[in-house]
Design a protein around this ligand. Structure first.
Ligand code: TXA
Ligand code: MG
Length: 313
């Protein structure tokens, strides 16, 4: 059934209205510093189910819960010294921690997909923080895009994909980081489950030790489907020159249709990545070529998203 999707602004009244919608069991999209999330009350199974329904998402995929601060996180994830040091260093910010689930914490089983662990994040940004404080509870939120499509970094992206399927979107403009959070698993030795907005190197510096990589084929990071973030166009990576008929995405000084960063700045490239993919996809033509991106720092997460966008589907 089609709903009216409200386009809310960033006033205190808009934030309070969004929190009321969450309390009523509705889905509300909101900006974080990474991407727009599609939020619902993580304790309300029907509300969480509505997220899956709006996104058309396979339901074996567990969701990240968002809380206002580390203190609130401890109610849901079993805390440790390692969790504390990472929270001190990176929260609020683009890092999610997978922790052993606190028994009877009140989360819907749909959020954890029945796993004995939970992914938790404290997002930055005035609107995200305002919404979480006003709502005063855990908000489950995957990226606010139809399943398998490019993640949204503006309210317009959200509305293009989910109008008629969600109650509202809070419009906070473009996301500053532009890539989803880095996910670190702490149910065992610290493991990098997903590259993202905090570079691996920065986390390893805080830990004073290298992160482990997930064992191939392990189900600890379900939902890492290889074809993801997919534009409609076919994507060619590491293009050292452009071919006729290609829409071109550059990096550094070069001629191209859109440039991730003329100066070769990886933070700028991350912030522009999904927006440029959305924009190129909307143009005429069915092929996109992308210049090589260095693998260091945020480049690892950018290349991860590009490989998924290019994967056969
Ligand atoms: O930046 C972000 O993280 C954004 C914003 C909205 O916060 N959210 C986001 O959520 O990217 P989503 O649902 O698109 O990605 C959640 C990821 C999935 O890869 C999922 O498998 C993993 O988190 N995940 C969630 N719970 C987990 C758990 N208990 N164990 C392992 N992985 C988990
Ligand atoms: Mg997503």
């Amino acid at each position: 059934m089609a709903k009216v999707t409200q386009h809310l602004g960033f006033s205190a009244q808009d934030v309070a209205q969004a929190a009321d919608l969450l309390r009523a069991g509705d889905c509300v999209a909101f900006p974080t510093e990474t991407v727009y999330g599609l939020g619902a009350d993580a304790r309300n199974g029907l509300a969480v189910a509505a997220i899956y329904e709006a996104k058309g998402r396979p339901s074996f995929n567990p969701l990240i819960i968002h809380v206002a601060d580390a203190n609130s996180a401890r109610a849901f994830g079993q805390w440790s010294d390692t969790a504390q040091s990472l929270a001190d260093a990176f929260w609020p910010g683009p890092l999610s921690l997978v922790l052993p689930l606190v028994p009877n914490a009140g989360l819907s089983e749909l959020v954890t997909a029945g796993l004995p662990s939970v992914a938790i994040r404290v997002p930055a940004g005035d609107l995200a923080q305002g919404l979480l404080r006003s709502f005063d509870g855990p908000v489950a939120a995957p990226s606010a895009n139809p399943s398998g499509k490019i993640s949204p970094t503006t309210a317009e992206h959200v509305l293009a994909g989910l109008t008629g399927k969600i109650a509202a979107v809070l419009d906070g403009g473009a996301c500053a980081v532009g890539l989803e959070s880095t996910i670190v698993g702490l149910t065992d030795a610290p493991t990098l489950l997903r590259a993202g907005g905090v570079p691996r190197e920065a986390i390893e510096e805080v830990l004073g030790a290298p992160l482990h990589d997930p064992i191939a084929g392990d189900i600890t990071a379900p939902g890492q489907l290889s074809s993801h973030y997919a534009p409609n166009a076919h994507i060619r990576l590491n293009a050292s020159s452009w071919e006729a008929g290609e829409k071109t995405l550059g990096f550094g000084q070069m001629e191209c249709d859109l440039n991730l960063s003329e100066s070769g700045d990886l933070s700028q490239a991350a912030a522009r990545l999904f927006g440029h993919l959305h924009a190129l996809d909307a143009r005429e033509g069915d092929r996109i070529a992308v210049a090589p991106i260095p693998e260091a720092g945020l480049g690892a997460a950018i290349n991860d998203r590009l490989r998924r966008a290019a994967a056969p589907r």
